[in-house]
Ligand binder design. Structure first.
Ligand SMILES: Cc1cc2nc3c(=O)[nH]c(=O)nc-3n(C[C@H](O)[C@H](O)[C@H](O)COP(=O)(O)OP(=O)(O)OC[C@H]3O[C@@H](n4cnc5c(N)ncnc54)[C@H](O)[C@@H]3O)c2cc1C
Length: 383
Protein backbone atom coordinates (compact mmCIF):
# COMPACT_ATOMS: atom_id res chain seq x y z
CA UNK A 1 0.00 0.00 0.00
CA UNK A 2 1.17 3.53 -0.81
CA UNK A 3 1.98 5.82 2.10
CA UNK A 4 0.91 9.10 0.41
CA UNK A 5 -0.94 9.56 -2.90
CA UNK A 6 -0.73 13.08 -4.33
CA UNK A 7 -3.33 13.71 -7.02
CA UNK A 8 -2.41 16.63 -9.31
CA UNK A 9 1.02 17.23 -10.82
CA UNK A 10 0.84 21.03 -10.84
CA UNK A 11 3.14 23.27 -8.80
CA UNK A 12 1.40 22.42 -5.52
CA UNK A 13 1.60 18.64 -6.00
CA UNK A 14 5.21 18.70 -7.22
CA UNK A 15 6.39 21.07 -4.48
CA UNK A 16 4.71 18.83 -1.88
CA UNK A 17 6.33 15.73 -3.41
CA UNK A 18 9.75 17.44 -3.14
CA UNK A 19 9.00 18.30 0.50
CA UNK A 20 8.03 14.69 1.29
CA UNK A 21 11.11 13.37 -0.47
CA UNK A 22 13.32 15.49 1.77
CA UNK A 23 11.54 13.90 4.79
CA UNK A 24 12.15 10.42 3.30
CA UNK A 25 8.41 9.69 3.08
CA UNK A 26 7.11 7.39 0.34
CA UNK A 27 4.68 8.95 -2.13
CA UNK A 28 3.41 8.87 -5.71
CA UNK A 29 2.02 11.69 -7.89
CA UNK A 30 -0.95 10.99 -10.18
CA UNK A 31 -1.64 13.49 -12.97
CA UNK A 32 -4.56 13.47 -15.42
CA UNK A 33 -2.79 15.22 -18.27
CA UNK A 34 0.02 13.74 -20.36
CA UNK A 35 2.27 16.49 -18.97
CA UNK A 36 3.12 17.97 -15.57
CA UNK A 37 2.63 21.61 -14.57
CA UNK A 38 -1.13 22.21 -14.75
CA UNK A 39 -1.67 25.94 -15.16
CA UNK A 40 2.08 26.45 -15.62
CA UNK A 41 2.72 25.64 -19.26
CA UNK A 42 5.32 27.03 -21.67
CA UNK A 43 5.31 26.41 -25.41
CA UNK A 44 8.11 27.21 -27.82
CA UNK A 45 8.08 29.42 -30.92
CA UNK A 46 9.26 27.67 -34.09
CA UNK A 47 10.62 30.81 -35.69
CA UNK A 48 12.77 32.22 -32.89
CA UNK A 49 12.92 29.39 -30.32
CA UNK A 50 11.52 31.62 -27.55
CA UNK A 51 9.81 29.94 -24.58
CA UNK A 52 6.21 31.18 -24.52
CA UNK A 53 4.36 31.28 -21.20
CA UNK A 54 0.81 30.27 -22.03
CA UNK A 55 -0.26 30.09 -18.37
CA UNK A 56 1.41 31.58 -15.29
CA UNK A 57 4.14 34.14 -16.03
CA UNK A 58 4.87 36.65 -13.27
CA UNK A 59 5.88 36.56 -9.64
CA UNK A 60 6.47 39.47 -7.27
CA UNK A 61 9.54 38.78 -5.09
CA UNK A 62 8.75 41.65 -2.70
CA UNK A 63 5.42 40.07 -1.73
CA UNK A 64 5.97 36.42 -2.60
CA UNK A 65 8.85 35.05 -0.55
CA UNK A 66 8.19 31.35 -1.17
CA UNK A 67 8.52 31.38 -4.93
CA UNK A 68 11.49 33.75 -4.80
CA UNK A 69 13.23 31.40 -2.34
CA UNK A 70 12.40 28.27 -4.33
CA UNK A 71 13.76 29.74 -7.56
CA UNK A 72 16.93 30.65 -5.68
CA UNK A 73 17.27 27.11 -4.28
CA UNK A 74 16.74 25.62 -7.73
CA UNK A 75 19.20 28.14 -9.22
CA UNK A 76 16.64 29.29 -11.79
CA UNK A 77 17.36 32.87 -12.87
CA UNK A 78 14.61 35.43 -13.33
CA UNK A 79 14.43 38.88 -14.92
CA UNK A 80 12.17 41.94 -14.60
CA UNK A 81 9.09 42.26 -16.79
CA UNK A 82 9.97 44.81 -19.49
CA UNK A 83 7.92 47.93 -18.72
CA UNK A 84 10.16 50.64 -20.16
CA UNK A 85 8.38 52.93 -22.62
CA UNK A 86 4.88 54.23 -23.20
CA UNK A 87 1.65 52.35 -22.59
CA UNK A 88 -1.07 52.37 -25.27
CA UNK A 89 -4.64 52.95 -24.23
CA UNK A 90 -7.49 52.27 -26.63
CA UNK A 91 -10.90 53.56 -25.58
CA UNK A 92 -12.41 53.99 -29.05
CA UNK A 93 -12.15 51.10 -31.54
CA UNK A 94 -12.28 53.48 -34.52
CA UNK A 95 -9.59 55.87 -33.31
CA UNK A 96 -5.83 55.61 -32.86
CA UNK A 97 -4.85 54.54 -29.33
CA UNK A 98 -3.51 57.21 -27.03
CA UNK A 99 -0.10 56.81 -25.49
CA UNK A 100 0.81 57.54 -21.90
CA UNK A 101 3.93 57.32 -19.80
CA UNK A 102 3.71 54.68 -17.06
CA UNK A 103 6.77 53.15 -15.48
CA UNK A 104 6.67 49.82 -13.67
CA UNK A 105 3.14 48.96 -14.75
CA UNK A 106 3.64 45.42 -13.41
CA UNK A 107 4.68 46.52 -9.91
CA UNK A 108 8.09 44.85 -9.81
CA UNK A 109 7.00 41.60 -11.48
CA UNK A 110 9.69 39.12 -12.53
CA UNK A 111 9.64 36.35 -15.11
CA UNK A 112 11.44 33.02 -15.02
CA UNK A 113 14.20 32.77 -17.63
CA UNK A 114 13.46 30.14 -20.25
CA UNK A 115 9.76 30.10 -19.31
CA UNK A 116 7.78 29.28 -16.16
CA UNK A 117 7.77 25.57 -17.08
CA UNK A 118 11.47 25.51 -16.14
CA UNK A 119 10.26 25.58 -12.54
CA UNK A 120 8.15 22.47 -13.16
CA UNK A 121 11.00 20.67 -14.92
CA UNK A 122 13.41 21.50 -12.10
CA UNK A 123 11.00 20.12 -9.47
CA UNK A 124 10.13 17.01 -11.50
CA UNK A 125 13.72 16.05 -12.21
CA UNK A 126 14.40 15.87 -8.45
CA UNK A 127 11.71 13.21 -8.01
CA UNK A 128 12.07 9.49 -8.73
CA UNK A 129 10.66 8.85 -12.23
CA UNK A 130 8.74 5.81 -10.96
CA UNK A 131 6.77 8.06 -8.55
CA UNK A 132 5.30 10.20 -11.39
CA UNK A 133 2.23 8.80 -13.13
CA UNK A 134 0.86 10.77 -16.09
CA UNK A 135 -2.52 10.15 -17.80
CA UNK A 136 -4.04 9.02 -14.47
CA UNK A 137 -7.49 10.58 -14.09
CA UNK A 138 -8.89 10.27 -10.57
CA UNK A 139 -12.63 9.58 -10.64
CA UNK A 140 -13.60 8.31 -7.16
CA UNK A 141 -12.37 7.85 -3.59
CA UNK A 142 -13.60 5.34 -0.99
CA UNK A 143 -12.87 5.57 2.71
CA UNK A 144 -11.73 2.14 3.95
CA UNK A 145 -10.85 2.66 7.62
CA UNK A 146 -7.06 2.53 7.78
CA UNK A 147 -6.65 3.60 4.13
CA UNK A 148 -8.33 5.27 1.15
CA UNK A 149 -9.03 3.54 -2.15
CA UNK A 150 -8.49 5.72 -5.23
CA UNK A 151 -10.12 4.88 -8.55
CA UNK A 152 -8.36 6.10 -11.70
CA UNK A 153 -8.96 5.87 -15.42
CA UNK A 154 -5.70 5.25 -17.25
CA UNK A 155 -6.20 5.26 -21.03
CA UNK A 156 -9.84 4.23 -20.46
CA UNK A 157 -8.74 1.31 -18.22
CA UNK A 158 -9.80 1.26 -14.55
CA UNK A 159 -7.05 1.21 -11.93
CA UNK A 160 -7.39 1.03 -8.14
CA UNK A 161 -4.69 2.31 -5.79
CA UNK A 162 -4.67 2.13 -1.97
CA UNK A 163 -3.02 4.83 0.12
CA UNK A 164 -2.85 5.69 3.84
CA UNK A 165 -3.04 9.43 3.07
CA UNK A 166 -4.42 11.21 0.02
CA UNK A 167 -3.76 14.80 -1.06
CA UNK A 168 -6.00 16.35 -3.70
CA UNK A 169 -3.68 19.05 -5.13
CA UNK A 170 -6.42 20.16 -7.52
CA UNK A 171 -8.60 23.22 -8.09
CA UNK A 172 -11.35 22.80 -5.42
CA UNK A 173 -14.21 23.20 -7.87
CA UNK A 174 -12.93 20.25 -9.93
CA UNK A 175 -12.89 18.15 -6.76
CA UNK A 176 -16.55 18.92 -6.09
CA UNK A 177 -17.68 18.63 -9.70
CA UNK A 178 -15.77 15.60 -10.98
CA UNK A 179 -14.97 13.27 -8.08
CA UNK A 180 -17.20 10.76 -6.34
CA UNK A 181 -16.66 10.29 -2.60
CA UNK A 182 -17.89 7.30 -0.63
CA UNK A 183 -19.10 8.24 1.96
CA UNK A 184 -20.06 11.61 0.45
CA UNK A 185 -18.32 14.74 1.75
CA UNK A 186 -20.35 16.79 4.20
CA UNK A 187 -22.44 19.71 2.97
CA UNK A 188 -20.20 22.45 4.39
CA UNK A 189 -17.13 21.01 2.69
CA UNK A 190 -18.91 20.62 -0.62
CA UNK A 191 -20.13 24.20 -0.41
CA UNK A 192 -16.62 25.51 0.32
CA UNK A 193 -15.21 23.55 -2.63
CA UNK A 194 -17.93 24.92 -4.90
CA UNK A 195 -17.50 28.50 -3.68
CA UNK A 196 -13.76 28.61 -4.43
CA UNK A 197 -13.16 29.89 -7.99
CA UNK A 198 -10.21 28.51 -9.96
CA UNK A 199 -8.02 31.55 -10.57
CA UNK A 200 -7.63 32.41 -14.29
CA UNK A 201 -9.52 29.27 -15.38
CA UNK A 202 -11.84 31.22 -17.71
CA UNK A 203 -9.01 33.17 -19.38
CA UNK A 204 -7.37 32.67 -22.74
CA UNK A 205 -3.89 33.85 -23.56
CA UNK A 206 -2.24 34.81 -26.84
CA UNK A 207 1.49 34.96 -27.48
CA UNK A 208 2.85 36.17 -30.84
CA UNK A 209 6.56 35.59 -31.53
CA UNK A 210 8.42 37.90 -33.92
CA UNK A 211 11.63 37.58 -35.94
CA UNK A 212 14.38 35.02 -35.64
CA UNK A 213 16.64 33.87 -32.80
CA UNK A 214 19.12 36.66 -33.60
CA UNK A 215 16.54 39.32 -32.66
CA UNK A 216 16.20 40.62 -36.22
CA UNK A 217 12.80 40.75 -37.92
CA UNK A 218 11.90 38.28 -40.70
CA UNK A 219 12.57 40.79 -43.51
CA UNK A 220 15.97 41.64 -42.00
CA UNK A 221 14.71 45.22 -41.69
CA UNK A 222 15.31 45.93 -38.02
CA UNK A 223 14.82 44.82 -34.46
CA UNK A 224 12.30 42.00 -33.99
CA UNK A 225 10.93 43.77 -30.87
CA UNK A 226 9.95 46.64 -33.20
CA UNK A 227 7.66 48.38 -30.66
CA UNK A 228 10.66 49.10 -28.43
CA UNK A 229 12.20 51.16 -31.30
CA UNK A 230 9.03 53.28 -31.29
CA UNK A 231 9.42 54.06 -27.58
CA UNK A 232 6.64 51.66 -26.65
CA UNK A 233 6.85 49.23 -23.75
CA UNK A 234 4.58 46.66 -25.43
CA UNK A 235 1.97 47.30 -22.72
CA UNK A 236 -1.48 48.16 -24.05
CA UNK A 237 -4.98 48.29 -22.57
CA UNK A 238 -8.17 48.16 -24.63
CA UNK A 239 -11.31 49.29 -22.84
CA UNK A 240 -14.11 49.22 -25.37
CA UNK A 241 -16.92 46.78 -26.15
CA UNK A 242 -15.34 45.57 -29.43
CA UNK A 243 -11.95 44.74 -27.89
CA UNK A 244 -10.70 41.24 -28.67
CA UNK A 245 -7.68 41.55 -26.38
CA UNK A 246 -8.11 43.39 -23.08
CA UNK A 247 -4.41 43.71 -22.23
CA UNK A 248 -1.13 43.27 -24.12
CA UNK A 249 2.41 42.99 -22.72
CA UNK A 250 5.98 42.55 -23.87
CA UNK A 251 6.94 38.85 -23.71
CA UNK A 252 10.53 38.97 -25.04
CA UNK A 253 13.42 37.06 -23.49
CA UNK A 254 15.63 38.60 -20.80
CA UNK A 255 17.81 40.54 -23.25
CA UNK A 256 15.02 41.58 -25.63
CA UNK A 257 16.43 39.55 -28.55
CA UNK A 258 13.91 36.75 -29.11
CA UNK A 259 10.78 38.86 -29.38
CA UNK A 260 7.11 38.37 -28.52
CA UNK A 261 3.98 40.16 -27.39
CA UNK A 262 1.43 38.43 -25.20
CA UNK A 263 -2.15 39.30 -24.34
CA UNK A 264 -5.30 38.21 -22.56
CA UNK A 265 -8.54 37.91 -24.49
CA UNK A 266 -11.36 40.24 -23.51
CA UNK A 267 -13.99 37.90 -25.02
CA UNK A 268 -15.98 35.53 -22.81
CA UNK A 269 -15.40 31.75 -23.07
CA UNK A 270 -18.65 31.26 -25.03
CA UNK A 271 -17.83 34.03 -27.54
CA UNK A 272 -14.31 32.61 -27.95
CA UNK A 273 -15.75 29.16 -28.58
CA UNK A 274 -18.03 30.46 -31.34
CA UNK A 275 -15.19 32.36 -33.07
CA UNK A 276 -12.49 29.77 -32.38
CA UNK A 277 -10.97 29.56 -35.87
CA UNK A 278 -11.17 33.31 -36.40
CA UNK A 279 -9.46 34.29 -33.12
CA UNK A 280 -5.89 34.56 -34.50
CA UNK A 281 -7.10 36.91 -37.24
CA UNK A 282 -9.23 39.02 -34.88
CA UNK A 283 -6.41 39.33 -32.33
CA UNK A 284 -3.91 40.03 -35.12
CA UNK A 285 -5.91 42.96 -36.45
CA UNK A 286 -6.14 44.48 -32.98
CA UNK A 287 -2.35 44.15 -32.59
CA UNK A 288 -1.92 45.93 -35.95
CA UNK A 289 -4.23 48.70 -34.79
CA UNK A 290 -2.13 49.11 -31.66
CA UNK A 291 1.42 48.55 -32.88
CA UNK A 292 1.28 49.00 -36.68
CA UNK A 293 1.58 46.63 -39.68
CA UNK A 294 4.69 44.79 -38.47
CA UNK A 295 2.54 43.29 -35.70
CA UNK A 296 0.87 40.96 -38.22
CA UNK A 297 4.12 39.20 -39.18
CA UNK A 298 4.35 37.00 -36.11
CA UNK A 299 3.82 33.35 -35.16
CA UNK A 300 0.61 33.12 -33.13
CA UNK A 301 -0.02 30.76 -30.20
CA UNK A 302 -3.32 30.70 -28.30
CA UNK A 303 -4.20 28.78 -25.14
CA UNK A 304 -7.82 28.82 -24.04
CA UNK A 305 -7.89 27.59 -20.43
CA UNK A 306 -11.70 27.52 -20.37
CA UNK A 307 -11.47 24.53 -22.74
CA UNK A 308 -9.12 22.62 -20.45
CA UNK A 309 -11.08 19.90 -18.64
CA UNK A 310 -8.40 19.53 -15.93
CA UNK A 311 -8.43 23.25 -15.08
CA UNK A 312 -11.83 24.80 -15.66
CA UNK A 313 -14.96 23.62 -13.81
CA UNK A 314 -18.40 24.51 -15.14
CA UNK A 315 -18.84 27.21 -12.47
CA UNK A 316 -15.49 28.75 -13.50
CA UNK A 317 -16.86 29.70 -16.93
CA UNK A 318 -18.27 32.77 -15.16
CA UNK A 319 -15.06 34.43 -13.89
CA UNK A 320 -14.95 36.42 -10.64
CA UNK A 321 -14.85 40.22 -11.07
CA UNK A 322 -11.89 40.63 -8.71
CA UNK A 323 -9.28 38.42 -7.12
CA UNK A 324 -11.27 36.20 -4.70
CA UNK A 325 -10.53 36.01 -0.97
CA UNK A 326 -8.97 32.54 -0.74
CA UNK A 327 -7.92 30.59 2.34
CA UNK A 328 -11.09 28.78 3.51
CA UNK A 329 -10.44 27.15 6.90
CA UNK A 330 -12.79 24.35 5.92
CA UNK A 331 -10.54 23.40 3.00
CA UNK A 332 -7.46 23.54 5.24
CA UNK A 333 -8.91 20.87 7.53
CA UNK A 334 -8.30 17.23 6.59
CA UNK A 335 -11.32 14.92 6.64
CA UNK A 336 -11.91 11.15 6.73
CA UNK A 337 -10.06 10.89 10.08
CA UNK A 338 -7.21 13.05 8.88
CA UNK A 339 -6.44 10.89 5.83
CA UNK A 340 -7.89 13.11 3.07
CA UNK A 341 -6.25 16.52 2.49
CA UNK A 342 -7.26 19.37 0.18
CA UNK A 343 -4.58 21.34 -1.66
CA UNK A 344 -3.99 23.49 -4.72
CA UNK A 345 -3.22 27.20 -4.75
CA UNK A 346 -6.86 28.10 -4.09
CA UNK A 347 -6.69 26.58 -0.57
CA UNK A 348 -3.77 28.81 0.46
CA UNK A 349 -3.95 31.24 3.37
CA UNK A 350 -1.47 33.47 1.54
CA UNK A 351 -1.03 34.08 -2.20
CA UNK A 352 -4.16 32.06 -3.08
CA UNK A 353 -4.66 31.66 -6.83
CA UNK A 354 -1.00 32.43 -7.57
CA UNK A 355 2.11 30.25 -7.82
CA UNK A 356 2.98 31.60 -4.36
CA UNK A 357 -0.27 30.13 -3.04
CA UNK A 358 0.50 26.72 -4.56
CA UNK A 359 3.76 26.72 -2.54
CA UNK A 360 2.04 27.96 0.63
CA UNK A 361 -0.52 25.17 0.33
CA UNK A 362 2.25 22.60 -0.27
CA UNK A 363 3.94 23.72 2.98
CA UNK A 364 0.70 23.36 4.98
CA UNK A 365 0.01 19.93 3.46
CA UNK A 366 3.48 18.66 4.38
CA UNK A 367 2.88 19.73 8.00
CA UNK A 368 -0.61 18.16 8.01
CA UNK A 369 0.78 14.86 6.75
CA UNK A 370 3.46 14.79 9.43
CA UNK A 371 0.78 15.32 12.12
CA UNK A 372 -1.45 12.58 10.65
CA UNK A 373 1.47 10.14 10.61
CA UNK A 374 2.24 10.85 14.26
CA UNK A 375 -1.45 10.12 14.98
CA UNK A 376 -1.23 6.82 13.04
CA UNK A 377 1.91 5.78 14.91
CA UNK A 378 0.29 6.56 18.30
CA UNK A 379 -2.81 4.53 17.34
CA UNK A 380 -0.67 1.57 16.25
CA UNK A 381 1.32 1.70 19.51
CA UNK A 382 -1.86 1.68 21.66
CA UNK A 383 -3.26 -1.44 19.91
C1 LIG B 1 -3.65 32.10 -18.08
C2 LIG B 1 -3.09 32.05 -16.68
C3 LIG B 1 -2.23 33.01 -16.23
C4 LIG B 1 -1.71 32.97 -14.94
N1 LIG B 1 -0.81 33.91 -14.56
C5 LIG B 1 -0.21 33.81 -13.36
C6 LIG B 1 0.87 34.67 -13.02
O1 LIG B 1 1.31 35.49 -13.83
N2 LIG B 1 1.42 34.53 -11.78
C7 LIG B 1 0.99 33.58 -10.87
O2 LIG B 1 1.54 33.50 -9.77
N3 LIG B 1 -0.03 32.74 -11.19
C8 LIG B 1 -0.62 32.83 -12.41
N4 LIG B 1 -1.60 31.94 -12.76
C9 LIG B 1 -2.07 30.98 -11.74
C10 LIG B 1 -1.07 29.82 -11.52
O3 LIG B 1 -0.89 29.17 -12.74
C11 LIG B 1 -1.63 28.87 -10.48
O4 LIG B 1 -1.79 29.53 -9.24
C12 LIG B 1 -0.75 27.65 -10.18
O5 LIG B 1 -0.16 27.13 -11.33
C13 LIG B 1 -1.62 26.63 -9.45
O6 LIG B 1 -0.91 25.43 -9.24
P1 LIG B 1 -1.69 24.21 -8.58
O7 LIG B 1 -0.73 23.07 -8.54
O8 LIG B 1 -2.32 24.65 -7.32
O9 LIG B 1 -2.91 23.90 -9.58
P2 LIG B 1 -2.90 23.42 -11.09
O10 LIG B 1 -1.77 24.03 -11.83
O11 LIG B 1 -4.26 23.66 -11.61
O12 LIG B 1 -2.60 21.86 -10.98
C14 LIG B 1 -3.61 20.91 -10.73
C15 LIG B 1 -3.24 19.64 -11.48
O13 LIG B 1 -4.23 18.65 -11.21
C16 LIG B 1 -4.50 17.92 -12.41
N5 LIG B 1 -5.84 17.32 -12.30
C17 LIG B 1 -7.03 17.95 -12.37
N6 LIG B 1 -8.03 17.05 -12.21
C18 LIG B 1 -7.44 15.83 -12.03
C19 LIG B 1 -7.93 14.50 -11.81
N7 LIG B 1 -9.26 14.22 -11.72
N8 LIG B 1 -7.03 13.48 -11.68
C20 LIG B 1 -5.68 13.72 -11.75
N9 LIG B 1 -5.17 14.96 -11.95
C21 LIG B 1 -6.04 15.99 -12.10
C22 LIG B 1 -4.39 18.99 -13.50
O14 LIG B 1 -4.16 18.43 -14.77
C23 LIG B 1 -3.21 19.84 -12.99
O15 LIG B 1 -1.97 19.39 -13.51
C24 LIG B 1 -2.11 31.93 -14.05
C25 LIG B 1 -2.97 30.95 -14.50
C26 LIG B 1 -3.46 30.99 -15.80
C27 LIG B 1 -4.40 29.89 -16.29
Amino acid sequence: MLEIAIVGGGLCGLALANGLKSQALSFAVFEARPRLGGRIHSGQAETNGLALDLGATWFWPDMQPRIARLLGELKLPSFPQHDTGSVLNQLDPDAKPSSMAAEDMHGGAQRIEGGAANLIRALAVRLPAEALHLNHVLTALFERGDHIELHFLVDAQALTVKARQVVLALPPRLVEERLRFEPPLNGQLRESLRETPTWMAAQAKLVVAYGGPDGVDSAGMGRAAFWRDDGLSGNAVANHPRAVLGEVHDACDAIGARAALSGFFALSPSVRASFRTGLPLLAGSQLVQLFGPRAQEGETHIKDWAEEAWTCATLDLEPPEAHPAYGSRVLQTPTWHGRLHFGGSETAAYGGGYMEGALEAAGRLRREIMVSRVGDAAEAASC
